[in-house]
Design a protein around this ligand. Structure first.
Ligand code: B12
Ligand code: SF4
Length: 438
């Protein structure tokens, strides 16, 4: 019998530290429209560093780059056109990352490029699922700055860019680029264009509203869609809820890449040297040509009932079809309730509400916390407050099940599983600040 020949072990990789010029050229040749280098130790990246290190413990340097999206398709009211452009650009971002990672590995340098957006770390969902925040890295490296709409605006290409990052396990010496102005011109066209009112002139961003509509056919909407299917007695009940066009749209999303329902904030943005000319030459004409077709489009808009987004669509877009749905961000733990509350809080509806509630959770997730709502803001603090309007003592699991509609509040009170000490109406005031169930 032949004994297999043992192959000699390969020699250890020769580490050949990359020079910045070589790396920047490589990224450009692979398709990046702009690129910069920043150290993982940059002070603006302190909070990102543990996430960077969790992905690549040896990471010392970050290469950050932008890939342009073409303006006309992103601005097209036809979602298929805009989405195809986003998917093509995402593929180009991934391609640049792949070329760089392979070239670095050939030089014996460990590197990886986290995905452009999706797939993400869904076992962590609904908490942070992204590996590295491309926006924060791009900003730290001077590639652009976040505008009012929270996207990074490149000084030349404006909002029409997607971002990528490569984590590199070697020191790369490069001069840090500085961008000493924000290209956002504060025109507020993003505020006017967003169908769910997610962008507020104050700079507050309503993540839950954007997720519910724009990401209807992504992870959050899918959670609710599964519920719509399983809760339908038969096909007629399903069709009454979902309808033919929506079912077909799901099929498209699942087979040819998920469909964003809007990127109107990006489409409307006139910032950036290459973009701003048309806006400066004729502001009214620009709005008529770019923003109005998006505002005028008759289309379904997905909102959670009892939200600022629902009010916004009813008031501003009576010609669009309001679709009241569950947001798909389910609270499954006490920790999830406390961290998710700021995202689900309805700031505009709650402008006049003042309430301070202390919670004593018992059971597996025993802990105390106080939530204060005043002046349209919500604050979560650990511990009980003596001056709270009421104190709720409840088993953590029962509370989470109550929020998801699985438990009846009256039953919980009658059985003593939920006790309220103080102003009982405080709980109703508190609840009015969050979405209702669909
Ligand atoms: C999470 C996420 C979202 C979330 C939250 C958006 C947000 N403002 O952060 C949602 C689903 C709403 C979203 C929507 C969109 N996104 Co997005 N998204 C991301 C992701 C994965 C991380 C963003 C991030 O760094 N957030 C953290 C900090 C830096 O953001 P922030 O604005 O300061 O903070 C807000 C959020 O963090 C949010 N928040 C707080 N806690 C939590 C917890 C969770 C679980 C979530 C979801 C959000 C959230 O509230 C904060 C206050 O506004 C990146 C990809 C990546 N890996 O980096 C793409 C990314 C930011 N998205 C992008 C795009 C293009 C979009 C859309 C236009 C999608 C589309 N095609 O229709 C919209 C635009 C919405 C908007 N105006 O911001 C691009 C932006 C490119 C650019 N020029 O900046 C990125 C960089 C993808 C890429 N590789 O290019 N996105
Ligand atoms: S649309 Fe106007 S306000 Fe909004 S981000 Fe762009 S430049 Fe800033």
């Amino acid at each position: 019998m032949n004994t297999p020949q043992r192959r000699p072990a390969p020699p250890p990789p020769q580490t050949d530290p990359p020079e910045s010029g070589w790396l920047l050229n490589l990224a450009r040749e692979a398709g990046a429209d702009d690129v910069a280098i920043v150290s993982v130790d940059h002070p603006e990246l302190t909070a990102e560093l543990p996430h960077i290190r969790a992905a690549l413990p040896s990471a010392r340097t970050l290469l950050t780059y932008v890939v342009k999206t073409s303006r006309a398709p992103v601005r097209a009211p036809q979602r298929s056109v805009a989405n195809a452009e986003f998917h093509r650009a995402s593929d180009r971002v991934d391609h640049v990352g792949d070329v760089i990672v392979r070239a670095l590995e050939a030089r014996g340098v460990a590197a990886l490029s986290p995905p452009v957006g999706f797939p993400m770390e869904m076992d962590r969902f609904p908490a942070r699922g992204w590996v590295v925040s491309h926006k924060l890295v791009a900003q730290a490296a001077g590639l652009g700055k976040m505008g009012l709409h929270r996207n990074v605006i490149h000084p030349q290409f404006g909002s029409f860019v997607l971002l990528g990052t490569v984590l590199i396990g070697a020191e790369v010496l490069a001069e840090l680029r500085a961008l000493d102005f924000n290209p956002c011109v504060n025109c507020r066209l993003c505020v006017a264009a967003c169908p769910v009112g997610a962008i507020e002139p104050s700079g507050r961003f309503d993540t839950a509203a954007c997720l519910t509509h724009n990401y209807r056919e992504f992870m959050t909407g899918f959670n609710d869609f599964v519920g719509q299917i399983t809760e339908s007695e038969d096909r007629w009940a399903y069709r009454a809820k979902v309808g033919q066009a929506e079912s077909a749209s799901w099929w498209q999303s699942l087979t040819s890449g998920p469909h964003y329902k809007a990127a109107y904030c990006v489409a409307a943005c006139p910032a950036g040297d290459d973009v701003i000319g048309a806006f400066l030459a004729d502001k009214k004409g620009f709005v008529g040509e770019v923003v109005e077709p998006l505002r005028a489009k008759a289309e379904p808009i997905y909102v959670m009932p009892g939200t600022d987004a629902e009010d916004h669509v009813s008031k501003r877009y009576p010609h669009k079809t309001l679709r009241r749905v569950e947001g798909g961000l389910y609270v499954e733990t006490v920790a999830g309730f406390l961290s998710g509350a700021p995202m689900l809080f309805q700031a505009r509806r709650s402008r006049d509400v003042r309430v301070k509630l202390s919670f004593q959770f018992t059971g597996d997730e025993a802990q105390a916390a106080t939530i204060t709502i005043a002046d349209g803001r919500l604050r979560v603090e650990p511990g009980l407050a003596e001056d709270a309007d009421a104190q709720v003592t409840v088993d953590g699991r029962a509370w989470v099940e109550l929020l998801s509609g699985r438990r009846n509040p009256i039953w919980l009170v009658l059985t003593g599983a939920l006790k309220i000490r103080g102003d009982r109406a405080a709980l109703d005031r508190f609840q009015s600040c969050f979405p209702a169930r669909a």
